[in-house]
Design a protein around this ligand. Structure first.
Ligand code: SAM
Ligand code: SF4
Length: 339
C-alpha cells in the first residue's frame, strides 16, 4: 500500500520484546526496567502478519530488545517463514545467544541476520554495552558473525557511529576484506539516552574509508556481482552500499540524521506491546492491543487490523525530525521501540 506521499510501504519491523541481555548506553539505560508492560503473543503477531500480507506488507524484520532472549522466537520465525506470501524474514540481534540458535535459523531458511557490534576492543565493548567480565564479549560476537557467514546466511554487521569508536571504523570495515559480509555503519539517532552521546558523522566515516579503500564506490541496486561475492548487498532497508576491489563484502551506510533517507522510507514498526509506529521520532501510532484482544470473530479481526495499518500508513510524515531535537516527541528508548 502507498502512503500519502506515494511511498510503497511493504516492510514491518516487529519487536518481540523490550528485554535485553545488554545495556548499550545509547539504547537502553542501566536503570531501565524491562518486561513490565503487556507483550503481544506470537500467535497475535502471526495474526497481524496474515492480515497485512494482502496489503503488500510482505517483508519482516524481527528485532527487540534482544529477540533471542524471548523464549520461542526462533519457532516464531519458523512459523513466519512458512506463511505463503511472506517474501523476506530477517533478524537483528546482538549475537550473544546466536550460537545456540544458528543451526535452526539456517534450517528454517532465514533470509538474513544483522549482528550488532560497535567495536572490536573488548574493554570498550564492555563500557558501551554494560556487560560484565566473563559474560561473553567481542570474541563471542565475532564467532557468531563468522559462523553465520560460514552457514551461508546473508550476514550484516551493524555498528553505530560514535565519536569514541571512530578509531574502530577501519578495523570493523576490514572484516569485509576476508568475509563476504556487509559492515554497516549506522548514524546515531538522538532518541532517549542517545541524545547525550557524541555521534560521529557518516560523511567523515566515508572519508576515512576512502583513504583506506580509494576505489570505494557506490553499488547500484541493479548491479550484478562477480562470482564469490554476495549477489547484492541490498535488503529491505535504507542502507547505501559501497564496494572496493579490496573487499569480499560491502560497506553500508545508514544515514538517518545528516542526510535522511525518508524519501524512500518503506516501513512501519510494531512495538512488543502492540503499538504500530509510523515514524521513529514521533510518538504517533495506533494501539493494536485492544483490537487484537477484542474477541472479534475471524475475518472481522483481520479487517480491523488492516484498517489500523491503513490509518498508520496514512499518518506517516514526509520526514523524520532528528535534525530538530525539540520536535522529537518519541520518549521511549530504542529497546522499547525496536530499533
Ligand atoms: N538487540 C538487537 C541488536 O542490538 O541488534 C536488536 C535491537 S537493537 C535496538 C537494533 C539496532 O538498533 C542495533 O544495531 C543498535 O545498535 C541500533 N540502535 C540502538 N539505538 C540506536 C540509536 N540511538 N541510534 C542508532 N541506532 C541505534
Ligand atoms: Fe540491547 Fe540491542 Fe539495545 Fe544493545 S542495541 S541494549 S543489544 S536492544
Amino acid at each position: 500500500m502507498k502512503d500519502s506521499y506515494g511511498r510503497e510501504i511493504n516492510y514491518l519491523r516487529i519487536s518481540v520484546t523490550d528485554r535485553c541481555n545488554l545495556r548499550c548506553r545509547y539504547c537502553m539505560p542501566l536503570e531501565k526496567t524491562e518486561g513490565t508492560g503487556p507483550v503481544l503473543s506470537f500467535e497475535e503477531l502471526l495474526t497481524v502478519v496474515r492480515a497485512v500480507l494482502p496489503m503488500g506488507i510482505t517483508r519482516f524484520k524481527i528485532t527487540g530488545g534482544e529477540p533471542l532472549v524471548r523464549q520461542g522466537t526462533v519457532d516464531f520465525l519458523s512459523e513466519l517463514k512458512r506463511i505463503p506470501g511472506v517474501e523476506r524474514v530477517t533478524l537483528t540481534t546482538n549475537g550473544l545467544l546466536l550460537h545456540r540458535d544458528l543451526e535452526k535459523l539456517r534450517s528454517i531458511g532465514i533470509d538474513g541476520i544483522n549482528i550488532s557490534l560497535d567495536t572490536l576492543n573488548e574493554q570498550q565493548y564492555r563500557r558501551l554495552t554494560g556487560i560484565p567480565e566473563g559474560k561473553g564479549g567481542v570474541s563471542a560476537v565475532l564467532d557468531a558473525v563468522r559462523a553465520s557467514v560460514s552457514f551461508g546466511i546473508s550476514t550484516r554487521l551493524n555498528a553505530v557511529l560514535l565519536e569514541e569508536t571512530k578509531d574502530q571504523i577501519l578495523k570493523l570495515a576490514s572484516l569485509a576484506e576476508d568475509l563476504p559480509l556487509s559492515v554497516r555503519l549506522i548514524e546515531l539517532m538522538p532518541l532517549g539516552p542517545a541524545a547525550f552521546e557524541r555521534s560521529f558523522s557518516p560523511k567523515k566515516a566515508l572519508a576515512l574509508l576512502r583513504e583506506q579503500y580509494p576505489d570505494l564506490s557506490p553499488v547500484s541496486r541493479e548491479a550484478i556481482f562477480e562470482e564469490g561475492r554476495r549477489k547484492s548487498p541490498y535488503g529491505n532497508g535504507p542502507a547505501e552500499y559501497y564496494a572496493s576491489e579490496s573487499l569480499k563484502g560491502f560497506i553500508g551506510m545508514i544515514r538517518a540524521v545528516e542526510e535522511p533517507f525518508c524519501e524512500s522510507c518503506n516501513r512501519l514498526r510494531l512495538t512488543s506491546g502492540g503499538q504500530l509506529k509510523a515514524c521513529l521520532c514521533y510518538d504517533i501510532g495506533i494501539d493494536l492491543l485492544p483490537i487484537l484482544r477484542s474477541g472479534k470473530a475471524e475475518g472481522v479481526l483481520e479487517k480491523e487490523i488492516r484498517e489500523a495499518f491503513r490509518s498508520a500508513i496514512w499518518k506517516k510524515p514526509w520526514e523524520n525530525c532528528f535534525q530538530r531535537a525539540d520536535d522529537v516527541t518519541e520518549k521511549r528508548t530504542m529497546n522499547e521501540i525496536g530499533g
